[in-house]
Design a protein around this ligand. Structure first.
Ligand SMILES: [Zn+2]
Length: 319
């Protein structure tokens, strides 16, 4: 064996070894790291006690950042039991009521009484530290909700949503919005995030987009935009083999899309995780398994910590 060949073999061996080490470190860390679940709907079927048990069992250190749209509506008992570990928000139930009563037109009407009351109440809740943000505000789910009655698409930078951002901005809070990736919706989101720089705009389900370049451009151009990766795992889809599901699934319980890994590694401070337990069919435990075994497992160790909880802790000022 000549010396060059020997050096080459040593080099190859070393690079495989370091890959295996990094991979093992990621695998272990992904299973052990605490998680901030920033898309956890508390619902009739998840009592405060059950939520606490689930969080302790699965090392989920913080939960919430969206509302309780199907009841219990009042999330105070969750805060009472979990204190700063429950990420309290407002707005989702109110927008749900407006939509139910007045349809899509109501969602863009600043004169609706429910909006007026929400803005006054939210200001007080922020001032007293009882909420961290608004959400989930569902403004464009025209294709992404299985229930046709629940689908809507409205102008996102309308007067009432602008006012919501103004309140959040005053307290450096966040606004979590569920929108799909239509170009008009994207432009409206950009207008709000540029106008309200103190506000962190969290994009639920990372816009339900399969266009990583779109997300790449958005993140590169707006420093206060973040992606939340719930409902992008295999178990969330009733028919995971459908074309639509295949396009939208980013991770399974043991794999993650390489193009999304590249995007997350390019913007490691801008991604967060969530379980989106919006109905009893959504299996919380399975979602945690997919987050740990698929999404986080595919990232570098420092990125794992950021995506699992450090980004949420920083942006939402959790403790
Ligand atoms: Zn949701």
């Amino acid at each position: 064996m000549n010396i060059m060949k020997l050096i080459f073999l040593i080099f190859i061996g070393a690079s495989f070894a370091s890959y295996a080490d990094g991979s093992d470190t990621s695998k272990k860390l992904a299973q052990e790291v605490p998680i901030a679940d920033v898309h956890r709907h508390v619902q009739k079927w998840v009592s405060p006690e059950l939520l606490k048990q689930q969080m302790e069992k699965h090392n989920v250190a913080w939960s919430g950042a969206v509302g309780a749209p199907f009841g219990p509506f009042d999330t105070t008992p969750y805060t009472k039991l979990l204190q700063n570990k429950y990420i309290a928000t407002t707005g989702q139930v109110e927008l749900g009521d407006i939509y139910q009563e007045l349809g899509a037109a109501g969602l863009t009407d600043i004169n609706v009484r429910t909006y007026q009351d929400l803005l006054v109440r939210a200001d007080k809740l922020f001032a007293s530290g009882q909420i961290k943000g608004f959400g989930e505000l569902i403004l464009n789910n025209k294709d992404s909700n299985p229930n046709v009655q629940f689908r809507r698409k409205v102008k996102i930078d309308s007067a009432p949503i602008d006012s919501i951002f103004a309140v959040a901005d005053k307290y450096k809070g966040f606004v979590q919005i569920h929108s799909e990736d239509d170009s008009d919706s994207i432009e409206e989101l950009k207008i709000l995030s540029n106008k309200y720089k103190n506000t962190s705009l969290i994009l639920s389900h990372c816009l339900f987009t399969s266009n990583v370049d779109l997300v790449r451009n958005l993140l590169a151009n707006s420093i206060n935009l973040y992606c939340e990766m719930s409902a992008r795992s295999r178990s969330h889809f009733i028919n995971p083999e459908s074309d639509r599901a295949k396009r939208l699934i980013v991770y399974t319980d043991d794999s993650v899309s390489p193009e999304w890994v590249a995007l997350i590694e390019e913007f490691p401070t801008r991604f967060m995780v969530g379980t989106d337990t919006y109905n009893p069919r959504i299996n919380f435990e399975k979602n945690i398994e997919e987050i740990r075994g698929g999404l986080l497992r595919g990232l570098k160790p420092l990125t794992i910590e950021m995506v699992a909880y450090k980004n949420a802790v920083r942006v939402m000022r959790l403790n």
